[in-house]
Design a protein around this ligand. Structure first.
Ligand code: ZN
Length: 224
């Protein structure tokens, strides 16, 4: 089948666009390009992968996400302040993390479907050393696994912030005692390196947080 929507995978052609081109989907029937999968190889100019390469894979001692050909669109949307997940273009099943084939109908056609960015804490842990040095400096800090409101089968991990207005809050800004399973959260995006933004989870106002709004799209002023 052929995809059609603007968020749809471009068929069997691996991503070769530039940074100014529309974000391509991940559907493909051929081998991913080496540019997107070989950490030592060149990346598509303007891609998040290229930005990660330019930063040496790290920022402030923290590991940056390393997109592959399937995951690059996720990070491009993150840079725009949008949380999108892959959805099968044939049966509609959402899936995460990004991958080329639908686990239900085995279709290779997919699109990138917007989400509200709202979810609920499914699990939470508090990180303690031993950790890599830059992480140890920030510990202890909570990390949540969040299930999305649109599809609780989609779960994503991330650090927490007290408010959607504070995408750059320290990782330990939310006391673990405030967190509970099922608490409502909203995605926000923190720019962690030029051209790289990562999702975090902000407690919603309904969780007793006077600063949070629980509304909005998590825009954080990422560079465009
Ligand atoms: Zn499917």
């Amino acid at each position: 089948m052929t995809s059609s929507a603007d968020t749809t995978a471009p068929g069997a052609t691996p991503r070769t666009g530039t940074g100014s081109a529309p974000i391509s989907g991940s559907g493909h029937g051929t081998a991913p390009s080496a540019a997107a999968t070989d950490p030592a190889g060149p990346a598509v100019p303007g891609s998040v992968t290229a930005a990660v390469h330019a930063a040496g894979g790290m920022a402030d001692g923290l590991l940056l996400p390393w997109p592959d050909v399937d995951g690059e669109p996720f990070w491009q949307y993150a840079l725009r302040g949008e949380l999108r997940v892959q959805a099968c273009a044939d049966c509609g099943l959402r899936r995460f993390p990004p991958r080329p084939c639908c686990p239900h109908c085995h279709s290779f056609d997919s699109r990138w479907q917007p989400t509200s960015g709202r979810g609920r804490i499914w699990s939470v842990v508090v990180a303690h050393p031993p950790l890599l040095p830059a992480y140890a400096e920030r510990a202890p800090y909570p990390v949540a696994v969040v299930e999305l409101d649109e599809d609780p089968r989609i779960r994503m991990a991330g650090t927490l912030t007290p408010s959607v207005r504070r995408p750059d809050a320290p990782w330990n800004a939310v006391a673990p005692g405030r967190l509970r399973i099922g608490a409502a959260v909203q995605v926000v995006f923190q720019t962690v390196a030029p051209g790289v933004a990562v999702p975090r989870w902000a407690l919603c106002a309904s969780q007793g947080n006077s600063q949070g709004t629980g509304q909005g799209t998590g825009q954080t002023g990422n560079p465009s």
